[in-house]
Design a protein around this ligand. Structure first.
Ligand SMILES: Nc1ncnc2c1ncn2[C@@H]1O[C@H](COP(=O)(O)OP(=O)(O)OP(=O)(O)O)[C@@H](O)[C@H]1O
Ligand SMILES: [Mg+2]
Length: 508
């Protein structure tokens, strides 16, 4: 029974201008298995899944679903077949409510209520969301106001309402905290037990080994191996994926910590956080974390744009910032890399080169004229350093794979000579070799005297890079760790509101 394939993709080829994205790919999915799909940024994972989703058409090859040849796939047909996607780019309509986006288009499955009965629908949404994915969300809330993780749970829940046969997760945990990720794994294991097949794309190989039965490894558009996970190690996966063994040379050298650069005082944004106080010094990396909804991501954004601040203030280089907005912030020397890079981080429809240089035009221009040669060279060196996979500098950034877009956004800021960097989940979605490279870059800017606010769910990353770590819980900073006495376990306890030390000041 287990050998029954729900899905077979055979000899799939796909070429984009200048890129052979997929070459002769064979991919078989068994009924009720969790199948990991891994590979470096740009290896072809999302492309293969977008072909399955009917978003791209393959140049050649064939796809069989439950033994039937599928000549034409469109998103509608695919959904009818029972194949659902939690995509890497989270296409959600921001002005719909939670209830609307959960039920819209599948209302007929809920004959028990009338869509026009708004309150009934909202109540039902709240109930279903709690039952299926264990999340408490108001049905009235606008999708645009949800965190990335909440949007994702919403999409999962929507798939679950439609009798799925296959669910594809494209990097579901990239921006989830451990607790939310564990919750997701429980959901995924339940799905598997019901006979649903799961395709799971991730750069977190520990998770892959924990939950997947088999993996398929892609390298440069080629399937290098499909194998059982039993007996595999993380090093084995990295080797299959890159063809090399990667050491983890993470930089931890001591840096010179200078004067106070940023002073955050009684900072309050009514719904998100209150009475937050901390400082960042020149050359210092301050990490901050918390659970989804604890306010720690809003805090980073509000330093950059304080229009929603209700109390308290920020001083930057000794000057109090009354009205700070993104434009002003950039002029002052702040760089901000948002969590939702798709909407806020990249300049859509512009080239890789423009995306990288726009924040640092000054350094490549003279008397207002951009020096093209200098610009080209600078961009080339960045592309090379971070291994950004792109046909050339003029390629539109939207055509890059998710991880490569992320690299370009980072490159843009980290080459901008800002004096303060606010980095929100800087390595979500990047592969292992790039992660080390980004850690080096972050350490390097701090070494050169910049301050860094590192906002991340990745506790290992937090401990690796930070000089000090702040933990938020329900809108408050409840704990501060110095670099030498922080462990991921202790941080986790604080994130959950637990105090494992009398110096903790939490009382809610
Ligand atoms: N619409 C497109 N137009 C042109 N090139 C594209 C397009 N979509 C993907 N590509 C290219 O195809 C290759 C494979 O990209 P894909 O998005 O499948 O990678 P991935 O394995 O999902 O990587 P990541 O881990 O970064 O998400 C990349 O070189 C990418 O630049
Ligand atoms: Mg991808």
């Amino acid at each position: 029974m287990i050998d029954e394939y729900v899905l077979e993709m055979k000899e799939i080829q796909k070429e984009f201008p200048g890129v052979k994205a997929l070459q002769n790919i064979h991919f078989q999915l068994r009924k009720g298995e969790i199948h990991g799909l891994v590979g470096e940024n740009g290896a072809g994972k999302s492309t293969l899944m977008k072909i399955l989703a009917g978003i791209y058409t393959h140049d050649s090859g064939e796809i069989q679903f439950l033994g039937n040849l599928q000549k034409v796939l469109t998103p509608k047909i695919v959904e009818k077949l029972g194949i659902h996607f939690i995509h890497q780019e989270r296409h959600v309509v921001p002005y719909l409510t939670v209830a609307e986006s959960l039920f819209l288009g599948i209302e007929n499955k809920f004959a028990s209520f009338n869509l026009l009965k708004r309150r009934t629908m909202e109540k039902e949404a709240e109930k279903v969301l709690f039952e299926k994915v264990g999340v408490n969300l108001s049905g009235k809330k606008l999708v645009g106001d949800l965190s990335v993780g909440e949007k994702q749970l919403l999409q999962i829940c929507r798939a679950l309402l439609q009798d799925p046969k296959v669910i594809v997760f494209d990097e579901p945990t990239a921006v989830l905290a451990k607790r939310e990720a564990d919750q997701l794994f429980n959901i995924i294991k339940e799905l598997k037990n019901k006979g649903i097949s799961i395709i799971y794309i991730s750069h977190y190989f520990g998770e892959i080994l924990d939950i997947c039965n088999r993996i398929t490894v892609l390298r440069n558009g080629i399937n290098v191996k499909t194998t059982e996970t039993k007996g595999l190690t993380i090093e084995d996966i990295v080797y299959l994926m890159t063809g090399r063994r990667i050491g983890n040379e993470i930089p931890t050298k001591a840096r010179h910590i200078g004067d106070v650069l940023l002073n955050v005082k009684d900072f309050t944004q009514s719904q998100q956080f209150h009475d937050v106080n901390f400082q960042i010094r020149k050359g210092e990396i301050v990490g901050i974390t918390g659970l989804m909804g604890s306010g720690y991501t809003d805090l980073g954004m509000s330093i950059y744009d304080n229009s929603r601040i209700t109390n308290g203030f920020v001083e930057f280089e000794g000057k109090r910032l009354t009205k700070n907005n993104p434009e002003n912030a950039v002029a002052l020397g702040m760089g901000y890399i948002p969590e939702d890079r798709r909407n806020l981080g990249i300049l859509q429809n512009m080239s890789v080169r423009e995306n990288i240089t726009l924040t640092s035009l000054k350094s490549v221009s003279k008397g207002g004229v951009i020096k093209r040669k200098l610009e080209r060279e600078k961009v080339d060196s960045i592309i090379d350093k971070l291994g950004i996979r792109t046909p050339n500098q003029k390629t539109t950034i939207n055509y890059l794979s998710g991880g490569n877009q992320q690299k370009a956004v980072l490159a843009k800021w980290l080459s901008s000579n800002a004096s303060l960097y606010i980095l929100n989940q800087p390595t979500a979605a990047v592969d292992v070799s790039t992660k080390a490279e980004i850690y080096n870059l972050i350490t390097q800017v701090a070494k050169n005297g910049a301050g860094v606010l590192l906002i991340t769910q990745d506790l290992q990353e937090l401990v690796t890079l930070s000089d000090r770590i702040l933990v938020m819980y329900r809108g408050k900073v409840v704990r501060e760790f110095e670099r030498d006495n922080a462990t991921t376990d202790q941080i986790m306890v604080s994130m959950m509101g637990g105090s494992n030390d009398e110096s903790s000041s939490s009382n809610n």
